[in-house]
Design a protein around this ligand. Sequence first.
Ligand code: PRP
Ligand code: URA
Length: 209
Amino acid sequence: MGNVTVVNHPLIQHKLSILRDKNTSSKDFRELVKEIAMLLCYEATRDLPLTDVEVETPMCKANFKKISGKKLAFVPILRAGIGMVDGMLALLPSARVGHIGMYRDPDTHMPVEYYCKLPADVNERDVIVLDPMLATGGSAIDAINQIKKRGPHSVKFIGIIGAPEGLKALQEAHPDIDIYLASLDEKLNDHAYIIPGLGDAGDRIFGTK
Ligand code: PRP
Ligand code: URA
């Protein structure tokens, strides 16, 4: 079974509390999503392999470490996952970026896929799927199904807020993946929104409501 890590670093808790506030502007919301994604990326890449390098400092030559040529792909789930990409790329600028478009049917809450464009060599890459909200888990599960059809080396999921229902469903559907969240919230409401959550992440990032 993959690991579930709820990253409760004080910086993340502080930023997440501002993110949740209904009075936070779209501009600040976008900035906070980016910053939280960067902090989660730091934790989710803890196992990146290192290789020895010789460096000549102004004082002498010595052996140090660099990240070995790991091939990564970030795959945001549209729309809200887009808000996390810049934070991830700030730390790992050479990663490739794929996109999967999903929306939840408002009545059934089931995900509907409308777009999928992944790097051509995704079968040679370690993939990190990005979506701020893990509610029923349907969107993440379907996105990872699509990615796995292309045979990636590995898949991880980074979200900001998860509901217990969605986390359980994702673990059952994809027991091999590591999952990183900034918070595991209380529950889903009758409309499959996360409580207390932060509302509709896509609308808050893009100001569409
Ligand atoms: C939101 C969110 C996730 C999904 C989570 O997207 O960004 O993709 O819901 O819900 P689930 O775990 O129950 O599938 P939404 O469907 O609102 O689309 P949008 O990002 O385009 O607004
Ligand atoms: N999608 C969101 O954006 N928010 C939720 O609470 C649930 C799904």
